[in-house]
Ligand binder design. Structure first.
Ligand SMILES: Nc1nc2c(ncn2[C@@H]2O[C@H](COP(=O)(O)OP(=O)(O)O)[C@@H](O)[C@H]2O)c(=O)[nH]1
Ligand SMILES: [Mg+2]
Length: 463
């Protein structure tokens, strides 16, 4: 898997804050220090790391995040969004001519993977866009290069236009394009020659070819294993030969991935595709959000977290947290709590996918029927009883009445009252103890504003 060690390290540093109900400057500093190191270790350019770190810190300190119910998760989301932004936010699609033959020219250093990607790309666009592609062999410096493309074409069932190695490159390509037009192809992918290093001769040849063929896309094929050297290659190419994008290959195996994270920011050339292996179907569109998700190990889940956070009524939860801090907890609060937990329950599937809080929630048993019973019992209490729970602890007749009214057995009413009293006691104990960050709640905690005094009121409890 690409980014494996980066991904592991970043996830480890984020785990400190995921699911946390409260964060301070230090938590963010510490987390960001580790994220920074993981990026540098993955060979991400230091300028990129610097800008990224500054952005994340600034956004993470924002009031909306620090005051949210789940600042930890919100910060994870900030990290995700900034990673995505680094990589260009949105996937940049390839551009075809509105009609007729489009031409894509692949350029790059020797061994970067041009010939392989020419085949991959033709095959991919044939399948995805229903294109009718042809490959043009324009690497005439090594006879084997032509044979290689022919072999790739054969494997994929895609025609290869080749005129050997004795004509001029521009002539071969001109003839190839004419042939493609005559034969009803609508996409010609030109496989050009590379060199071990960029030199005048190569750039001149490619420049001539670009002027003649006027390709719709000039895609630079770069090897992700080059790490930061890839940035120089892109910049130098782009200066002499305007690029419409690049194709990052060998982003498989143990590639550290730094190039993928640095290219867009440092060169402004979009990564359009990534090669993920030697096989001819191992090519993917480069989606910044999916890449960011992959790095953070959370797929497309982050946007779901966003929705989840909006669904939970923050205001309501805040108010309750305040009451809890003051040591007030009655059956009305209990009811609200039940409602909140039910909301979370309906999002269990979504929330369960998030690393960190995932397991907590998966292990949480939310049984709708049980909640119905709890509510039925509380609904059968008088308003006075709900406000003054102590009325019930003393009176058997009140309990009997509630049991009859709710249609729930007497022991169940007793059990609920006992549970309520236990919770109340627990919460009182918690508010005395102060918040203890090492104690993870069994339930996601819906509590408190960033502490005003010293660590008061940890309102975690179980139902
Ligand atoms: N692991 C991996 N190898 C690749 C990828 N793309 C190409 N290769 C290999 O890289 C080597 C050079 O590829 P080639 O297409 O001949 O590069 P060219 O000289 O630029 O045409 C070959 O051994 C390919 O199999 C990729 O995405 N992942
Ligand atoms: Mg080649």
């Amino acid at each position: 898997m690409p980014f494996e060690s980066l991904s592991e390290r970043i996830q480890m540093s984020l785990r400190r804050i995921t699911g946390r109900g409260k964060l301070n400057e230090n938590d963010i500093e510490e987390m960001m220090r580790e994220v920074r190191l993981s990026l540098l270790e993955a060979d991400v350019n230091y300028k990129v790391v610097k800008s990224f770190t500054a952005e994340v810190k600034q956004k993470a300190r924002g009031e909306a995040i620090m005051k949210s119910l789940t600042p930890g998760d919100m910060v994870v989301k900030v990290v995700h969004d900034e990673l995505k932004r680094l990589m260009g936010d949105e996937a940049v699609p390839v551009a075809y001519k509105p009609s007729g033959l489009s031409a894509f020219m692949l350029v790059g250093l020797q061994g970067s993977g041009k010939t392989t990607q020419a085949g991959k790309l033709a095959n991919f666009l044939k399948k995805r866009d229903g294109r009718k592609p042809i490959l043009i062999a324009a690497d005439i410096y090594r006879p084997a290069a032509v044979d290689q493309l022919v072999s790739v074409g054969k494997q994929l069932g895609i025609e290869v236009f080749q005129l050997g190695t004795s004509l001029k490159v521009t002539d071969i390509v001109a003839k190839g394009l004419a042939y493609a037009k005559q034969n009803g192809y609508d996409l010609a992918i030109i496989d050009t020659a590379g060199r071990l290093h960029i030199n005048e001769e190569l750039m001149q040849e490619l420049d001539d070819l670009q002027k003649m063929a006027k390709p719709d896309e000039t895609l630079l094929v770069v090897d992700a294993m080059m790490g930061q050297d890839a940035l120089n290659v892109i910049t130098t190419f782009n200066e002499k030969l305007p690029l419409s994008g690049c194709l990052l290959t060998k982003l498989d195996g143990d590639t550290r991935g730094g190039a993928a994270l640095s290219i867009r920011y440092m060169t402004n050339v979009p990564i359009k595709f990534v090669g993920m292996g030697e096989k001819l179907d191992q090519i993917e569109v480069f989606h910044p959000d999916r890449m960011a998700g992959r790095i953070l190990g959370m797929g497309d889940v982050v946007s779901l977290v966003e929705k989840a956070a909006q669904n939970i009524d923050e205001e309501e939860a805040m108010k309750m947290a305040e009451r809890l801090q003051k040591g007030i907890f009655n059956y009305n609060d209990f009811l609200k709590q039940i409602k909140l937990i039910r909301k979370i329950g309906s999002m269990k599937g979504i929330l369960g996918m998030i690393p960190g809080i995932g397991k907590q929630i998966r292990d949480m048993d939310i049984d709708d029927k049980q909640f119905n019973y709890l509510e039925a019992i509380i609904f059968s209490m008088t308003p006075e009883e709900r406000k003054k729970p102590e009325l019930l602890t003393k009176s058997l007749s009140r309990r009997e009445r509630i049991s009859k009214g709710s249609g729930r057995p007497y022991p169940e009413v007793n059990a609920l009252i006992k549970r309520f009293e236990d919770m109340k006691e627990q919460m009182a104990a918690f508010s005395k103890m102060g918040a203890d960050p090492t104690k993870r709640p069994t339930m996601p905690s819906r509590q408190r504003k960033p502490s005003k005094g010293k660590g008061k009121g940890k309102g975690n409890f179980r139902i």
